[in-house]
Each structure stands twice: as C-alpha cells, then as structure tokens.
Design a protein around this ligand. Structure first.
Ligand code: GLA
Length: 361
C-alpha cells in the first residue's frame, strides 16, 4: 500500500458468508449472511487531474479511468478494472464530484471463491471514492450503488445480499435481510457455534454460469403467476416448478433458522442447513459433486449441518460446528476430501465482524 504514499487514507469492506437463504435475494426474499473477518482494503489519496488510477497487490496491471465515469466498463483492461470503472460510473451518475484518486487495493477475501470478494471490492472502492471527493455515501445507498456497479461493471445480475452484508455487518451477529423492504436485523450468534468455510479448491465462474438463467427463470415464473416476485408465491403454486419451489421453501427455512438461532437450537440449525443444501442441489441445480461431497464429509466430521453458500457452481460450503470441535473437523474434512478427490480444500473458521468503513488506527 506504500505505492499510494504515507498520507494515504484507508477504506475497507468485508467479504461475507451466507448461513442460509440463497438465490432468494433477487426474488425479494430472505437471507442470513454474516460479514466475515476477511476484507478488501483500498489505500487512496485524491489527485488533481480527474484520473482514477488503481493498482492491485493481488492481480496484475494498473487500471486508469476518468473520474467522470465516461469510460465504458466493458472495455476496460485488465478485466478486474471493470469493477473499478463500474463503481466510478455509478457514483458519477449519482452526483459524485469527479475527483481522481491514486489507489492500491489488497484482498484477504479469497478471490472468485463465493465469499463476495467482488462485492467487498465494490464497497471499499465506492467508500474510498466518496470520501476522496468529500461526498458522503454510507448505509443502504452505498450498498445499492455497489450492487449496481457489479451490474454495470461485470454484467452479473446479482441481488443485493452481498453488498448489504458487507456494508451492514455486525460483530457477533448474522444479518437477517428482507430483500423486499431492504430492512436488516442483526441476530446474535451463539458463542457455542463456530462457522467454518470450506473451499472446494475449484473456482466459481459466475459470469459464465447459469446464474442469470436461474434469475430469469424465477422472474418468468413469478410473472406467469401474476406476482411481482416469488416472495408471495405459495408452496401449492410452485409445487411442480423446481426452481421456484426452492425459492419458496428457502424463504421458509430462513424464518425457521432465525427462530432456532434465537433459542440456540444448534441441531435444528444443522438440519435446516442440510435441507437447504438438498434444495439447492436437487431443485435449484446449482451444486457440484465436490460441494455435495464436502457437505457429507463435514457432517461425518461432526458438523451439525452444512450447505453450499452463495451462488454455487463451485466455490465454498459453510459448516455449522460446535466451537469446541471446529479445529478437529477442519483437519478431518480437508484430509478426507484430498483422499477422495485429489483436490486441496481450504478450510477456516470465520468470525462475524462489523461492516465496511474507514480504517482508523
Ligand atoms: C451471488 C449474488 C447474490 C445472491 C447469491 C445467491 O452471491 O451476488 O446476490 O443471489 O449469489 O444467494
């Protein structure tokens, strides 16, 4: 981060892991992510010529775009710069004065793993650009701008869960997000519960994946039912439609999961996580052999339950484990996964942390 100079300011944004409620956010549904203790940090200082110049400690190349948002994000190289260009453009459209910055970015969120490295990057970049221009941007408007930057920058039609989780995170709490009202309620996590992420060792290729097709299919079903979204669909209405059936049943599970969290009923949390995984695998068809195997190994290794987390198609599972047993489970799952697949899983416990903001030391 020295590239930016000693007077650099810092903005950071955490990644997220979703405990339950996947592929519900873009149907005005419910989800329950936590912001995790892995983040993207942007070091920056304003520059006088209206240029936004960003280098990365993790990825090659330097990105340079005009602070007025005139560069077409789709044409920016290196590719990771499309996110930068998307953020710059969206903020410019919302009235940010076109102040340039020199910036360097570093991430401890594993990139492309389903832990929302991209959303964290968008939020941190937006926070840095807003601050450099003396243009306040926090809370829901920050999350919505970052979400739109993903649409504009990468073409991925994501919902709002990842960016809201990164902005609204609260230490020790999961976030119940109602994606219709955009209300966020913090729900305390029991101390006895450890949240363990296991990466399958296979990247998740979202933009080229079926994400957009799934979203379009859900929208078409809602329209056919005469509904704005599947949030209002009843189980009977979607009984013969596997994608919609997943969305409707997943919303129901989020409600049950929150109730179980409030009464510290860890067995029920585990059961609901497993039911969610089955629904994502069988009805929504976004799991992989490796993710299914990791879920089974986590349970064999003593987890209450586990499920794929995020969009699926590769990436990570999240396992719910007794805090006292999480270390043993991690070693056990990684070893047995290697023996079965030859792949190297990466497993680590995560803590729920506060959301994005300036880094003050
Ligand atoms: C990705 C998207 C989110 C959400 C999840 C699936 O992470 O960015 O908006 O749709 O997939 O729950």
């Amino acid at each position: 981060m020295d590239a930016v100079g000693p007077e650099a300011r810092l903005w950071h944004a955490p990644g997220r892991v979703n405990l339950i409620g996947d592929h519900t956010d873009y149907q005005e549904g419910l989800c329950l992510p936590i912001a995790i203790d892995r983040d993207v940090v942007v070091a920056y200082r304003p520059r006088g010529d209206g240029r936004v110049i960003v280098s990365s400690l993790d990825l090659d190349g330097t990105v340079e775009v005009d602070a007025a948002g005139t560069d077409d994000p789709g044409g920016v190289e290196p590719r990771w710069g499309r996110v930068v260009a998307g953020v710059v453009r969206v903020l410019a459209q919302r009235g940010r004065p076109p102040v340039g910055i020199d910036a360097a970015v570093a991430s401890t969120v594993p990139i492309g793993s389903g832990l929302s490295s991209s959303a964290a990057f968008e939020v941190a970049m937006a926070g840095a650009l807003a601050d450099a221009a003396g243009w306040p941007l926090t809370g829901l408007p920050l999350a919505l701008a970052a979400q739109e930057a993903e649409h504009v920058g990468t073409g991925m039609p994501c919902g709002v869960m990842d960016q809201l989780a990164s902005v609204c995170g609260r230490a020790g709490h999961a976030l119940l997000i109602d994606c219709r009202s955009l209300e966020v309620e913090a729900i305390a996590l029991p101390d006895a519960l450890a949240v363990v992420v296991v990466h399958s060792g296979l990247p998740r290729a979202l933009e080229s994946s079926a994400y957009g097709q799934r979203r379009a299919a859900c929208e078409a079903t809602a329209a056919r039912l005469g509904l704005v979204s599947l949030r209002d669909a009843t189980p009977a209405q979607v009984a013969d439609d596997p994608f919609a059936r997943h969305v409707v049943s997943e919303n129901e599970r989020v409600g049950q999961f929150v109730a179980a969290l409030r009464r510290h009923d860890l067995d029920t949390l585990g059961r609901l996580a497993l039911e969610s995984h089955r629904s994502l695998a069988d009805d929504f068809a976004v799991s992989t052999r490796e993710l299914d195997l990791l879920v089974a190994l986590a349970v064999e290794g003593g987890a209450y339950g586990a499920r794929l987390t995020g969009a699926g198609f590769g990436g990570c599972i999240v396992a719910l484990v007794a805090a006292s047993e999480s270390e043993a489970m991690v070693g056990n799952v990684v070893d047995r996964y290697r023996a079965r697949t030859g792949l190297e899983a990466v497993a680590f416990a995560v803590r729920a942390v506060d959301g994005a903001g300036p880094v003050t030391s």
